[in-house]
Design a binder for this molecule. Structure first.
Ligand SMILES: [Zn+2]
Length: 251
């Protein structure tokens, strides 16, 4: 039995029997882990109000050799979610961000950059950044950290710079110049958004006020790359799209 302590961001919480909960969390060094929070469903549990997804915590847990499921011992909240569980768009986005991490993060593997990305993302949302920009920023980086995002600078085949001409996205997820390939066009404004995400934090990207059509194009591009890697759409993404469409109709 070994004892571990680490900062962690909570991803998912599900009930286990009638007393306990299973918490999935991301840490910088141990990657994604799952642990039992004993007694968390009881009314006067010491975990009460502390297990909201995307909360930043300081976590202590026990681990047994060769067991995937760890046992939580202590959870101290470092940054709770305030905006994220009040507005509909942000509630939907919370599930979507968390599912992407659950899906792409590796168990027990250092995930320092992914942890930093998620932390910066939650921070930006809580600080009131435009969620549409932050969501696109996160999607791009999620794919980039997993080696699934093509370079937005130059053609992967002939290495010419995209500059003013823009690029095309091939069916196998490559960005090519129009001479080297065919596919959906990716214009200079989209490329410059992608390049900005590579060197700036989310709040600075928002200051460049990317237009709605550029954000929509980036979203579609990321969805295509992710789908061709995973083989399907994430459930939380489908729910978010459907709900936002319905809200727009009735609003
Ligand atoms: Zn080319």
């Amino acid at each position: 039995l070994s004892l571990h302590e680490s900062p962690a961001i909570l991803l998912d919480v599900v009930d286990l029997h009638d007393r306990d909960r299973i918490v999935t969390f991301l840490t910088p060094i141990h990657g994604k882990r799952r642990g039992v929070a004993q007694g968390a469903r009881r009314r006067y549990s010491r975990y009460a109000g502390r297990l909201q997804p995307l909360t930043l915590v300081e976590l202590v847990w026990f681990e047994k050799e060769n067991r995937d499921l760890v046992r939580l011992r202590d959870v101290q909240v470092v940054r709770s979610v305030r905006r994220l569980d009040r507005e509909l768009e942000l509630i939907l986005l919370t599930s979507y961000l968390a599912e992407q991490v659950v899906c792409f993060a590796q168990e027990n593997e250092p995930s320092v950059r992914l942890f930093r990305l998620l932390d910066a993302t939650v921070q930006a949302l809580e600080a009131g950044c435009d969620w549409r920009v932050v969501a696109r920023y996160f999607e791009v980086w999620m794919l980039r950290l997993n080696g699934l995002f093509p370079s937005a600078d130059s053609c992967v085949q002939c290495e010419c710079s995209f500059a003013e001409q823009g690029a095309v996205l091939s069916s196998d997820g490559m960005l090519l110049c129009a001479t080297c390939g065919t596919g959906a066009r990716v214009g200079p404004a989209v490329l410059s958004f992608l390049k900005a995400t590579a060197r700036l934090p989310p709040a600075a990207v928002q200051l460049q006020s990317p237009p709605a059509d550029v954000l929509a194009r980036v979203e579609a591009l990321c969805a295509q790359l992710r789908r061709s890697f995973l083989g399907n759409d994430l459930r939380s993404y489908q729910v978010m799209q459907r709900t936002l469409a319905e809200t727009a109709e009735h609003g």
